[in-house]
Design a binder for this molecule. Structure first.
Ligand code: FRU
Length: 533
């Protein structure tokens, strides 16, 4: 590996080197957290995909083990692709994964631990019955993959869904089994959509109404709703609905890509994610792949490509209409060097440095009091694309709205490099409308990088008088949680100047209206341990 690694993360999960994409089969087993991931052990390019495997006691510090499964058999020789784990009733875990077979068809396979009493689960044995599910009839053999965690209905029959497509219809195929080995496809998919194309990495799980606790994949009653997530168009989209296990009927509130109600886990770089139920702490945790936005050649120079988001707890919002995410509390053990202040007024044009922390490796929480509604511009959020609005309005101009105000992260001292993460406030029907943007266009003086501008609205309660932002800054990633985690935007950036000690953090306001920081807390972050076994 090259000595200088300004973009390598300090507390976001990565293997020691080479390629990583999707998180696979996360679980808690016998006191140990497991994370598997799509991994090329030999090079920083997406080939020879195996299941990388790492373990942890706290989801922060990790030990890397040998890959759990690697291509070896006719049914997976061209790749061990994404899948999930299921803890079977007697407590044994099982892996269901996609194999790319000799003919490049995608099939679904099973692997079991060689020794289930080993909490590290170092060795896995592929089932002699593989492949268990093959793309027959109308299923496209190259778009049939990524089994979810399975669940058992009240009839004790197992269910699992597989991502795929029939012609232009993206869908979640539903399969059933009595013994986890012999699976039959139900003639009705769990759900499908004409607006999406192929669904990768579906996820399907219950969330509790009015509760911060998670719930296991089997549970379902009048206190739960179900989430269906599908990965397509480079983004993780989700819908909410009611699932009836007796009939496998999933009735939804809004469909994928509905105008004015397009829900995503994250409106930046975040894909192929997966949740699991953490029985130790009764919560549901989300992992997502955050790809690079530099080039394939940069990956060769760095010797690695791909990181995971920080693990996020995921719950239903109090109004039941969306999910809310937040970095798991364990992150706090990495915090050091707190800087904090309250009640600071920011006039138009203020740029205020948050000094005293390592700005390249930080956790920042800031809360702003919203400006007076009567003076802000009107807007109908159903008529505009938030991402476009972020591009048009920008971080430096003001046309009579509240803001832009927010953070300049991974900024150089002279501000020629900066990633602006900010809000703009509009009004609609006498209520606040909050736009959240993450603008990478000035993030680096380097050429040849993707430098997108991301944007999304933050749903507001009519009584909200403030808006908060939490940013996890880690060398080449900025993970942003707006409005207590109601809107998340993750970005990758590769500054030339603003690296390590040359990185700075600022709070700014370019709106004509004053903005008040009600509270700001920032911490330097320690490096997490990521070590080989
Ligand atoms: C999503 C994905 C999956 C597939 C895997 C291959 O990023 O394309 O659909 O199983 O990656 O690595």
């Amino acid at each position: 590996l090259p000595k200088e690694q300004p973009y390598r993360t300090a507390y976001h999960f990565q293997p020691l080197k080479n390629w990583m994409n999707d998180p696979n089969g996360p679980m808690y087993y016998k006191g140990v957290y497991h994370l598997f991931f799509q991994h090329n052990p030999y090079a920083p390019v997406p080939r020879n995909i195996a299941w990388g495997h790492s373990i942890s006691y706290d989801l922060v510090n990790w030990v890397h083990l040998e890959p759990a499964i690697s291509p070896s058999e006719p049914y997976d020789i061209n790749g061990c692709w994404s899948g999930s784990t299921t803890i079977l009733p007697r407590g044994k875990p099982a892996i269901l994964y996609t194999g790319v077979d000799l003919n490049n068809s995608q099939v679904q396979n099973l692997a079991m631990p060689k020794n289930a009493s080993d909490p590290f689960l170092r060795e896995w044995v592929k089932s002699p019955h593989n492949p268990l599910m093959s793309p027959v009839d109308d299923i496209d053999r190259s778009d049939f993959r990524d089994p979810t965690t399975a669940w058992q209905g009240p009839d004790k029959v197992w269910r699992v869904i597989i991502g795929g497509r029939i012609n232009a219809l993206g869908m979640a195929f539903l399969y059933q089994s009595k013994d986890f080995v012999n699976w039959t496809r139900s003639n009705k998919p769990l759900h499908s959509s004409t607006k999406t194309g192929m669904w990768e990495c579906p996820d399907f799980y219950p969330v509790r109404i009015n509760s911060q606790n998670g719930i296991n994949n089997f549970a379902q009653d009048k206190f739960t709703k179900h989430v269906l997530k599908a990965s397509f168009n480079g983004q993780d989209h989700y819908i909410l609905g009611n699932y009836i296990p007796q009939t496998d009927n999933f009735s939804i509130e809004y469909d994928f890509m509905e105008t004015g109600f397009d829900l995503r886990y994250d409106y930046g770089k975040f894909y192929a994610s997966k949740t699991f139920y953490d029985s130790a702490k009764k919560r549901r945790i989300l992992w997502g792949w955050v790809a690079e936005s530099d080039t394939a050649l940069d990956a060769i120079i760095k010797g690695w490509a791909g990181i995971q988001s920080f693990p996020r707890s995921i719950v239903l919002s109090a109004n039941g209409r969306q999910l809310v995410q937040w970095p798991i509390n364990e992150i706090e053990k990495l915090r050091t060097n707190n800087v904090s202040f309250e009640g600071k007024e920011l006039e138009q044009g203020s740029v205020f440095e948050v000094s005293g922390i390592t700005a390249s490796q930080a956790d920042v929480e800031v809360s702003f009091d919203l400006p007076n509604l009567s003076e802000t511009e009107s807007i109908d959020p159903n008529q505009v694309d938030p991402q476009q609005l972020c591009s048009q309005k920008g971080a430096s101009t003001n046309n009579g709205t509240g803001g832009p105000f927010g953070l300049l992260a991974l900024a150089s001292k002279d501000l020629t490099e900066q990633t602006a993460v900010y809000f703009r406030i509009f009004k609609r029907d006498g209520k606040h409308v909050v736009l959240m943007c993450s603008d990478q266009s000035r993030s680096s003086l380097r050429e040849g990088l993707e430098k997108p501008i991301y944007g999304a609205f933050v749903n507001m309660d009519p009584n909200d008088r403030k808006i908060s932002l939490r940013s996890l800054i880690d060398h080449s990633i900025i993970e942003n949680y707006g409005g207590e985690g109601r809107t998340c935007i993750t970005a990758r950036v590769y500054p030339k100047l603003a690296i390590d000690k040359e990185a700075h953090l600022y709070v700014f306001n370019n709106g004509t209206l004053n903005v008040r920081i009600s509270k700001l807390n920032a911490w330097s972050m320690k490096r997490a341990q990521l070590v080989p076994y």
